[in-house]
Ligand binder design. Structure first.
Ligand SMILES: Cc1cc2nc3c(=O)[nH]c(=O)nc-3n(C[C@H](O)[C@H](O)[C@H](O)COP(=O)(O)OP(=O)(O)OC[C@H]3O[C@@H](n4cnc5c(N)ncnc54)[C@H](O)[C@@H]3O)c2cc1C
Length: 285
């Protein structure tokens, strides 16, 4: 079993930032990511609020970030961390396919998981028209009608990104307004392709093999919207932590912290903070 000074779980902005800082400081560190390096920050389209860049494609930003971390010696491994246990000299991590790692310290950055609506048809059509993010495939919906469920900034962002290609984007919001900052509100209002429906909720997803329609319930009763896709952005739940109180040498960073403010720059700064705490722990005499 490989022994490392630190293992980072999750390769989103928090994990990459922690990995960059730890490896630059000269520590033997490996980052384990089960999906795409860059995490949820991949496929966001243009980021306009990452300091230092007027506007940058989020994939390009993540690629730069990864290159920088690797230049400083960060090792990465594609696997899912299934279990983390305490060991005599740190931690034992069980990965998929029977693999394992051991480390003196763990920086835990698995992000947050999208909430489901819990309506009929949603689970069955997941990945076949029901998604949580469009990623970099927005153009796939060119000329089609799509539905976004949610009333926060993530839903607003997603609706605006989709409206660049889709013929119509129905933004279904349970409340009476979208909870997003003024610039997003302005862009939503000026998009001729976004139809906001307030006081409504998705109650069924229809389609045999793929999404064909979405049923919504509003004050007007039940309405069926013909749509090729449903994007569910109704909040996130922070990934489960292995311990309710972190043991010495275990550091949590990024969206996994469970705070309400989820941004690339916040996750990145928090990854850096966790890496600094980790270094202090590793270098303790
Ligand atoms: C639609 C949408 C739009 C957004 N727009 C913006 C924006 O404009 N500006 C902005 O700043 N932020 C935006 N965000 C928020 C931003 O993407 C997140 O706050 C940020 O990515 C959080 O970083 P993180 O590293 O904590 O988690 P994540 O980016 O979620 O990364 C966590 C990583 O951990 C991996 N992982 C999880 N569990 C395991 C495991 N057991 N083993 C191995 N790997 C694991 C996951 O695969 C994932 O890659 C947006 C988010 C969404 C969903």
């Amino acid at each position: 079993m490989d022994m490392w000074e630190a293992v980072i779980v999750g390769g989103g902005p928090a994990g990459l930032s922690a990995g960059l800082h730890l490896s630059r400081a000269g520590h033997r560190v490996i980052l384990v990511e089960k999906g795409r390096l860059g995490g949820q920050a991949r496929g966001l389209g243009r980021l306009e609020n990452y300091p230092g860049f007027l506007s940058i494609n989020s994939d390009r930003l993540m690629d730069r970030w990864l290159r920088q971390a690797r230049l400083w010696g960060l090792k990465t491994c594609r696997a899912e961390v299934r279990r983390i246990r305490r060991a005599q000299q740190g931690f034992l991590l069980s990965l998929d396919q029977g693999r394992g790692l051991s480390a003196q310290a763990v920086v835990y950055c698995p992000g947050a998981i999208f909430k489901d609506l819990g309506v009929p048809g949603e689970k069955r059509l997941l990945g076949r028209g029901v998604f949580h993010e469009a990623g970099d495939e927005v153009s796939r919906w060119k000329g089609r009608a799509v539905v976004v469920a949610g009333g926060g900034e993530a839903a607003a962002h997603q609706a605006l990104a989709l409206a660049r290609s889709a013929r119509k984007v129905f933004l279904i919001c349970r409340g009476e307004k979208i909870r997003a900052h003024r610039l997003l509100q302005k862009r939503l209002a000026s998009s001729g392709r976004i139809v906001k429906v307030f006081g409504a909720e998705v109650c069924r997803v229809l389609g045999k093999k793929r999404v064909q329609a979405v049923e919504i319930r509003s004050r007007a009763g039940l309405t069926r919207i013909s749509a090729a896709a449903l994007f569910v952005l109704v909040g996130k739940i922070p990934a489960r932590l292995p311990w309710s109180r972190s043991p010495a040498g275990f550091f949590v960073a990024g969206d996994a912290q469970g705070w309400p403010f989820r941004q690339v720059a916040i996750a990145s700064g928090d990854g850096m903070r966790a890496a600094m705490e980790c270094i202090r722990f590793l270098e303790k005499p």
